[in-house]
Design a protein around this ligand. Structure first.
Ligand code: HEM
Length: 208
């Protein structure tokens, strides 16, 4: 058991296998409905990736950043050289998986355009025509802005600040500090947006 639990890859595979057992239970109890199950699978993978992404965002903001000043100077490099770059890998690919499955889900649900246009695609008459499209549209815009911040602001600035992959070996200390500050501020902006974004995501399916 200890050997199994010590191997993250095997534990992750086992976790998906357990989920597959639940798929079997669903088919047995409910009867298998392909189209419903396809949308459900997209939704499920979307949330799995979203938890990876927002979990790490909140780790950075609620754990790592506030604890940094308490870490003795000689231990600080471990965070910047090893832990944060590894966390950033899962963070940005979690964001990519989330937006990918989210957009495919909206497309397969036949409301991608309606959502991204905040239900304005049919003009102002009787606006909003379908309130759910407005709700999920707000969530999708918030999530998309957050995704943009991850890939085009936080990640490039963290690469500079931490010299990830040895891309910026000769960057001067003030430039590193400026990059770290920008990354930190946009990470905080994403934390600000995360709660209303999640409200819209869940409300779209359960409040409207
Ligand atoms: C990045 C852009 C994002 C897009 C394009 C997107 C898109 C969507 C779509 C289309 C739905 C289905 C709504 C429905 O029909 O009921 C949804 C639901 C949801 N999303 Fe997102 N989303 C994004 C970001 C996120 C993030 C970052 C999270 C974080 C965990 C998240 C969590 C959820 C949750 C929990 C649901 C509700 C599932 C349910 O209750 O059925 N989304 N999203």
């Amino acid at each position: 058991m200890a050997a199994f639990l010590g191997n993250l890859r095997n534990v992750t595979i086992a976790s998906f296998v357990l989920a597959l057992l639940l798929v079997g239970l669903y088919g047995y109890v409910q009867g298998f409905d392909g189209p419903t199950f396809e949308l459900f699978t997209l939704r499920w993978l979307h949330v799995v990736c979203g938890v990876m992404w927002i979990g790490l965002l909140w780790y950075f903001n609620f754990v790592s950043t506030p604890t940094m000043p308490k870490i003795p100077d000689e231990l600080k490099p471990a965070l910047g050289r090893f832990i944060t770059p590894a966390a950033l890998w899962w963070f940005r690919w979690g964001a990519m998986g989330t937006i990918f499955f989210g957009i495919v889900l909206a497309f397969r649900s036949n409301y991608l355009i309606e959502a991204y246009t905040l239900d304005l695609s049919q003009g102002m008459a009787g606006y909003p025509v379908v309130p759910k499209y407005l709700a999920i549209g707000i969530g999708m815009w918030l999530g998309t802005i957050m995704w943009f911040n991850v890939w085009f602001v936080i990640w490039p600035n963290q690469q500079k600040a931490l010299n990830i992959d040895g891309k910026y070996p000769n960057l001067a200390a003030p430039e590193k500090a400026a990059a770290a500050k920008t990354a930190g501020q946009f990470s905080r902006i994403n934390t600000l947006l995360s709660i209303p974004m999640l409200f819209s995501m869940v409300a779209a399916g359960h409040l409207y």
